[in-house]
Ligand binder design. Structure first.
Ligand code: PLP
Length: 387
């Protein structure tokens, strides 16, 4: 028979990186030991006390069974407590918090919970690809909000046409931002909440990088603004904060109706987070002895300083990020995102990510990631590059 897959799969953007993957193999086959600065996945290990809790919890037969769909009450309570200590805002963990199998899962399923066919979804460009796939998989129409340097990589909400705002269902934001590493002050969130309330648009904030910050910067939460509880949901992840990308755990917090709708989708699509992982996550959220966050941020900061200095010495224009572990870098005029990425791969043996992989708005940029223990070596190779 001829297998015909769902037409929604054809809505995904073409895979940009096939040629780059081929080139990476070719470079490696010539004996070059390629250094990857292309993925946002911490090389630093999950703190010991979290791993130890998992080991103990994995031994418990009660944890071998199906978990509660919405997360252990203790996990949700620990999430709400962590959130309150960090942002000074209280939530009822029973109605306003939902456990996630990583925030990517929550972001994707949230679209199913709120997007109807024909609804417009406001999506930052460049941006994390799941906002787009969640939108189009549910019949939504993406409307891209360009993140430009002239506007500090913030969307210009005032420039959204009235007709688009009227039809919009969800506004996605992500600060600290991937891939641009831009950060915001609370006043930006206050403006976004005003926009949401004025146009009846759900505000969905992806807060995956809230704790990866430098130079004393403390990223705000949407819920530190007036009116936010009426319209918003925020997605938190343990992946970057506790170097737990492989563990798959995060939580959503916010408006009870939005949390309930997400929970309803999840109940029908998945069966929750392994309880032993939830117990380990509680250890992380509780903080205390063994917490590596400050130490890890200091390591990323040192790498950032080294890389930013080297890139600028090469004459490249880049941001000096206050948060995230990315350095968003403008490519010289004669290149595209992809051609510059190829040049760096061929001549320096370093894999980076072309900005165009995050949407049209990322063209003209590349993203360097700081999550490699070989960053010093990578910087030495970059220094030898003749652009
Ligand atoms: C890493 C990342 C996530 C979080 O992923 P998890 O599924 O929690 O591991 C979410 N949003 C952005 C922008 C990210 O970069």
């Amino acid at each position: 028979m001829e297998i015909k897959t769902a037409s929604r799969l054809a809505l995904l953007p073409p895979y940009l990186f096939a040629e780059l993957d081929r080139l990476k193999k070719e470079v490696a086959s010539k004996g070059v030991d390629v250094i990857s600065l292309s993925i946002g996945d911490p090389d630093l290990p999950t703190p010991r006390h979290i791993v130890e809790t998992l080991k103990r919890a994995a031994d418990e037969p009660k944890n071998h069974r199906y978990p509660d769909y919405e997360g252990l009450p203790q996990f949700r309570e620990a999430s709400a407590d962590w959130y309150r200590r960090r942002f000074g805002v209280s939530f009822d963990y029973q109605r306003e918090v939902c456990a996630l199998i990583g925030s990517k899962e929550g972001i994707a399923n949230f679209a199913t919970a709120v997007v109807d066919p024909g609804d417009i979804v406001l999506i930052p460009d460049p941006g994390y690809p799941v906002y787009y796939s969640g939108c189009v998989f549910n019949g939504g129409e993406p409307y891209f909000l360009p993140l430009r340097k002239e506007n500090a990589f913030l969307p210009d909400l005032g420039s959204i046409p009235a007709e688009i705002a009227r039809r919009a269902k969800v506004l996605w934001l992500n600060y600290p931002n991937n891939p641009t590493a831009a950060t915001v002050d609370l006043s930006f969130f206050q403006d976004a909440v005003k926009f949401s309330l004025k146009h009846d648009v759900i505000l969905a904030h992806d807060s995956a990088y809230s704790e990866i910050a430098y130079d004393g910067y403390r990223s705000p939460s949407v819920f530190q603004t007036d009116g936010s509880r009426e319209c918003a949901i925020e997605f938190h992840s343990l992946s970057k904060t506790f170097s737990m990308t492989g563990w798959r755990v995060g939580f959503a917090i916010g408006n009870a109706k939005l949390i309930g709708a997400l929970g309803k989708v999840k109940t029908n699509m998945d069966s929750g987070v392994f309880q032993a992982v939830q117990e380990a996550a509680i250890t992380g959220l509780a903080g205390g002895d063994g917490d590596k966050l400050a130490e890890y941020c200091a390591i990323y900061k040192e790498r950032r300083d080294l890389l930013v200095k080297a890139l600028r010495a090469l004459g490249l224009e880049c941001e000096n990020p206050r948060a995230t572990f990315y350095v968003w870098t403008k490519v010289p005029r004669v290149y595209t995102s992809v051609s510059f990425t190829e040049r760096v791969l061929k001549e320096a043996g370093i894999a980076i990510t072309p900005g165009s992989g995050f949407g049209k708005g990322g063209e003209g940029y590349v993203r360097f990631s700081l999550t490699s223990e070989r960053l010093v070596e990578a910087v030495d190779r970059l220094k030898a590059l003749r652009l």
